[in-house]
Design a protein around this ligand. Structure first.
Ligand code: NAD
Ligand code: 89V
Length: 343
């Protein structure tokens, strides 16, 4: 029987609702305090989830304490200050992606929590989506031998800007917000990356950043992967928010196709499975895939605290994913191959 973990959550916006539902489903966790600079949002979410302790100032909440971990669900510009405050308060930390605005910030944040001797997990949940996890487990279990080629693809015309208007406003868009997840899946499948090349373009004239990115990755394992992302791709049926995957290995091939169909082909034959994510009671389609992964990564975090192991997407691990994001932008800007290690 593990002890109750008390958590404070900062940022009561669009995505935090999923995190609060996920925590509610975990018997060993209680969210005891909420913080948002916006009083109206804070009260609406506090009322909906029956959380009495509410703060508009994170420093005040940290000073009053009474919890062992903090879940940071704000947008990226606030992450460094909040993670460092949490480290100073001696707390375990979960921080939403993108973890930091720069790699330098990210390194300072990782060091701060490590100095405090606490666990830091980046809420990098796409590799925890159950269909993606089925692929990761099949590959790691040797189902198709050693992988030598992969394609990890996310293409859609779904209107993400209505729920997250800030996505239309930044100089950077798809690699920083969505590509970061897809690059992380590629890392989970094929390991760390020695070289990357990328092209980007903006198709939608109503946004500032790029909405199409095509990236070619050389992994230290010897595998090559293509990571392609687009929010300018009309398709029927619309596949948002599915990540489609194809992998060739020395002993066979594997595909995660639209509609959550996993096919594994080997010399002995072909097996196709439905790996659709369940629709949790608080979830709604088409977001249920992402919503379920929130619940799964949260369970992983509590397991890590219980067993003393590092989360798969620890702050230190996430430095590699962030370096890939930076390297992709540099490659696109300078039209050259970039070694993420040079950043
Ligand atoms: P949002 O703008 O809807 O909500 C952010 C909230 O944080 C706002 O209510 C704002 O007032 C509050 N806030 C900001 N700075 C604060 C501070 N210093 N102290 C207290 N409150 C503060 O944003 P969102 O769409 O919910 O996104 C939040 C984060 O979640 C982003 O980093 C985004 O990239 C990420 N996100 C992740 C996923 C995923 O699947 N992992 C999906 C969507 C969004
Ligand atoms: O997961 C995310 O970070 C979201 C979305 C899927 C819309 O890109 O911002």
């Amino acid at each position: 029987m593990c002890r109750m973990l008390k958590i404070a959550l900062i940022g009561c916006g669009f995505f935090a609702q999923n995190q609060l539902h996920g925590w509610e489903d975990l018997e060993s966790v209680e969210v005891v305090a909420l913080c948002d600079r916006d009083r109206n949002r804070l009260d609406a979410v506090g009322d909906a989830f029956r959380i009495a302790r509410r703060y508009t100032d994170a420093a005040e909440m940290f000073a009053e304490g009474g919890f062992g971990a903090v879940d940071i669900a704000t947008t990226v510009s606030s992450h460094r200050a909040l993670v460092e405050m949490a480290a100073d308060a001696g707390l375990h930390v979960i921080c939403q992606k993108p973890f930091a605005q720069t790699l330098t910030d990210a390194r300072h944040m990782v060091e701060a929590v490590e100095r405090a001797g606490k666990t830091l997990m980046v809420h990098e949940n796409f590799r925890w989506q159950s269909p993606v996890r089925a692929v990761i487990e099949a590959l790691r279990g040797g189902a198709i031998g050693t992988p030598f080629f992969g394609r990890v693809s996310f293409r859609s015309a779904y209107d993400v800007f209505s729920g997250q208007p800030y996505l239309a406003e930044g100089e950077r868009f798809i690699i920083e917000d969505l590509g970061i997840h897809i690059l992380d899946i590629s890392r989970a499948l094929f390991g760390d990356v020695d070289r990357i090349t990328a092209t980007t373009r903006r198709v939608n004239p109503r946004i500032r950043g790029e909405d199409v990115a095509t990236m070619l990755l050389s992994h230290a394992s010897g595998a090559t992967s293509v990571v392609d992302c687009s929010y300018a791709t009309r398709r029927m049926p619309e596949t948002f928010p599915e990540t489609l995957i194809e992998i060739d290995g020395t002993e066979g091939a594997l595909r995660l196709d639209a509609g959550y169909r996993l096919t594994i082909q080997k010399r002995g034959g072909t097996e196709t499975r439905d790996v659709s994510p369940p629709l949790l009671p608080w979830a709604e389609k088409p977001w249920h895939n992402i919503q379920e992964s929130v619940a799964i990564i949260q369970r992983h975090f509590t397991e890590c605290l219980r067993t003393g192991i590092q989360p798969e997407t620890s702050g230190r691990d996430n430095l590699q994913t962030l370096a890939l994001v930076e390297a992709a932008y540099r490659s696109a800007a300078e039209a050259r191959i970039v070694d993420p290690g040079e950043l």
